[in-house]
Design a protein around this ligand. Structure first.
Ligand SMILES: *Cc1c(COP(=O)(O)O)cnc(C)c1O
Length: 380
């Protein structure tokens, strides 16, 4: 057997990132400082939002966003079961309860048409996820939120480059959260960011990011020690200059990398066309897809877990995005959603595989992966 011939992902960081890190080493501040501030300002410019704070993860960003909005025990937050567990976990971290709403059958995104039926007197907000890189219908979600006095926080971990109906993550929501985890489109290994539209929210997030302290250690380094205070409860979510340095050169290449992701996706679309029962998740005509993952949904009669093993035996590494969150043991035990409660998400969860997909991927791998999937499905 030719195991692991086709990798799922390889980062494309190189000399530019090494040079940027070396520059931080030659300076004096390794922790949060001027390089983080430069990244925050450039990322805010890229997104077209007034404020960005860099943090250590998207999970932390979502936790902070919910706390900044005053969410806590007794509150309910509407979200999607078709996501990574971090989305719901952030709601639990804030002390609130996730309330799942099923997803659109063709995209896997939170189905805005189902939100109103899930509202209760305890509902405080909506936390949509832009699955695989396609933005949810944010105009409709914002309209529903405004009609019911709710906040909107976006899990934009997949959607740095996304645009839909002329808007980007962070522009209609109260806050949008990003991940710079190892396999994300923009990465420093571990990291994240949160946007804010108001200066008040930005100030609240700053305190939440660093122990509720009125000064950071680089403020004290710059100004010399002056009295500081802890004025509210805060966490420890600040990003370091070393990590921020890795992100800056990637912002210079971001358009080129997205163009390459588009090209790879188009090549997969063509190579996978005409396989009976195989579904390629839809995009939307008014959207620029951020192309984080290239995911396909296998025919219903194919046993996905067996398919993953067989593809691995054929040398193709694939992953599963996602097993629905409400089916995880912890959420079964705490929320007790019945099997069949979210049938659209559950069906996607039984069928979904994500195939190798990253800028710099050898082009001949696409045909190898597509042929392996075709052989698997046709021969099932
Ligand atoms: C990766 C991911 C997260 C978590 O990001 P971290 O930076 O690892 O906390 C959250 N939501 C989604 C949809 C993700 O893919």
């Amino acid at each position: 057997m030719n195991r692991a011939r086709i990798p799922f992902y390889k980062h494309d960081l190189g000399q530019a990132e090494l040079d940027a890190i070396a520059e931080v080493f030659r300076g004096e501040i390794l922790t949060t400082g001027d390089v983080v501030a430069e990244f925050e300002s450039r990322f805010a410019g890229y997104l077209g939002v007034p404020h960005v704070l860099a943090v250590t993860s998207c999970t932390g960003a979502m936790h902070m966003a919910l706390l900044a909005l005053g969410i806590g025990p007794g509150d309910e937050v509407i979200t999607t079961p078709m996501s990574f567990v971090a989305t719901a976990n952030a709601i639990v971290e804030a002390g609130a309860t996730p309330v799942f709403v099923d997803v659109e059958p063709d995209t896997g995104n939170l189905d805005a048409a189902r939100i109103e039926a899930a509202l209760t007197p305890r509902t405080r907000g909506i936390l949509p996820v832009h699955l695989y890189g396609l933005m949810c219908d944010m105009r409709e979600i914002r309209r529903i939120a405004d009609a019911h006095g709710l906040f909107v926080v976006e899990d934009a971990a997949h959607c740095v480059e996304g645009v839909r109906d002329g808007i980007r993550p962070g522009q209609l929501s109260d806050m949008a959260c990003f991940s710079f985890f190892a396999t994300k489109n923009l990465t420093c290994g571990e990291g994240g960011a949160v946007t804010a539209r108001s200066a008040e929210h930005q100030e609240a997030l700053k305190l939440l990011r660093l122990h509720g302290m009125t000064k950071s250690s680089s403020d004290r380094w710059r100004e010399g020690w002056t009295p500081w205070d802890m004025i509210s409860m805060g966490w420890k979510y600040n990003l370091s200059n070393i990590d921020a340095a890795m992100l800056l050169p990637q912002l210079d290449r971001i358009d080129r990398k997205l163009a390459e992701r588009d090209e790879l996706a188009a090549a997969y679309d063509a190579a996978l066309a005409g396989i009976e029962g195989l579904t390629i998740p839809a995009s939307r005509p008014s959207a620029r897809h951020a192309r984080h993952l290239y995911t396909v949904w296998l025919p219903d009669h194919v046993d996905r877990n067996v398919a993953v093993d067989r593809l691995r035996d054929a040398g193709v590494n694939v992953v599963v995005n996602y097993l629905p969150i409400h089916a995880m043991t912890y959420y079964r035990e705490t929320l007790a959603a019945a099997d069949g409660a979210f049938p659209v998400a559950e069906r996607i969860g039984r069928r979904t595989i994500s195939v190798p997909f990253y800028p710099g991927m050898p082009r001949n791998h696409i045909a190898i992966v597509a042929d392996a999937i075709r052989d698997l499905v046709v021969g099932w």
